[in-house]
Design a protein around this ligand. Structure first.
Ligand SMILES: NC(=O)c1ccc[n+]([C@@H]2O[C@H](COP(=O)([O-])OP(=O)(O)OC[C@H]3O[C@@H](n4cnc5c(N)ncnc54)[C@H](OP(=O)(O)O)[C@@H]3O)[C@@H](O)[C@H]2O)c1
Length: 278
């Protein structure tokens, strides 16, 4: 399978590394549909993965005051990539975010792919806006991920972030193990799977469990303070409250695509992470 990855950031580069010669990752900045068409002519891919987007630096709070850039990168860009792929009849897998859901889900088992998002922050709104329109198109899949956790240490990795924050929020979430995510993306592209997919490992994970594993396997001297999600904004550590939620993944199940249960995958990830840290 010849894969064109648009966006050479954390996830685009990570996928390219695993897929090797099957993938080409483009870091060309896309401004128009023609830019995408040019890439499609140049690389002649079987499928496209849109891994480009704007998630704010140093974090999503940046998006609150940089609305235009955020909307261009997360709403307009996926639409023009989709337009070009539709024109050339090429399957597109777009990376969405599970952070479009806030509060209690209607179903106690978690938010479903078919549920409507209810986002407040600019970043999440711009991601949900793209999902709303792209999910109406044939030959397009949307893979929603949440808090990607990788075994490769880097400042963008969730493990590194949690380990360096002096104050960590005491929350529980559906999360995505990057190794499993890359495998699922590949399978979705192979199947040209249409619709929305929650690419999160079965089960939920507490930040406390990640830190406990970090202290067990990486640094027994690690210390941090625990705060509530409301404290994050109240103490001026963030502009907007973060989304914490549980997602159901019915659509992957229908395709027979499985991810490892989260506690098994998280321990394996932390063991690999610990080896690379030494
Ligand atoms: N990482 C997460 O926690 C997370 C969670 C849920 C969903 N996602 C989604 O996953 C996708 C990839 O995220 P990531 O973590 O890999 O982010 P990232 O490291 O910031 O990478 C995004 C890449 O997209 C590029 N880009 C932005 N605008 C572009 C444009 N107009 N044309 C071409 N490239 C453009 C950026 O280039 P510059 O660096 O030059 O701006 C950057 O290389 C995004 O859609 C994000 O919303 C990420």
């Amino acid at each position: 399978m010849k894969i064109l990855i648009i966006g050479k950031g954390f996830i685009g580069a990570r996928c390219a590394e695993v897929w090797g010669e099957e993938a080409f990752v483009s870091d060309k900045i896309i401004d128009s549909k023609q830019d995408v068409l040019d890439l499609l002519v140049e690389y002649n891919p079987d499928v496209v993965l849109n891994a480009a987007g704007v998630r704010g630096k140093p974090n999503v709070d940046w998006c609150e005051t940089n609305q235009e850039e955020t909307i261009l990168g997360n709403t307009k860009l996926p639409i023009i990539i989709a337009e070009a792929c539709q024109e050339k009849n090429i399957y597109l897998l777009h990376i969405g975010s599970g952070c479009i859901f806030y509060g209690e889900s209607p179903d106690p088992k978690g938010w479903k792919e078919s549920d409507f998002g209810n986002p407040i922050p600019v970043y999440s709104r711009s991601k949900w806006a793209a999902d709303l329109v792209l999910s109406t198109l044939p030959n397009v899949g949307i893979a929603r991920i949440r808090m990607p956790i990788d075994y490769i240490p880097s400042p963008t990795n969730m493990i590194d972030k949690l380990a360096t924050f002096p104050k960590v929020i005491d929350v529980e979430n559906s999360v995505t193990i990057v190794e499993d995510m890359i495998d699922v993306f590949y399978k979705l592209m192979e199947k040209r799977a249409e619709g929305i997919f929650h690419v999160t490992n079965p089960g939920t994970l507490k930040h406390r469990e990640i830190i406990a594993l970090y202290e067990e396997l990486v640094d027994p001297n690690h210390k941090n303070e625990w705060i509530s999600n409301d404290d994050l904004v109240a103490q001026g550590l963030a502009t907007k409250g973060r989304s914490n939620n549980f997602l159901q993944s019915e659509n992957l199940e229908k395709l027979g695509i499985k991810m490892r249960p989260i506690h098994q995958a998280m321990r394996d990830t932390m063991e690999k992470y610990a080896k690379l840290k030494k």
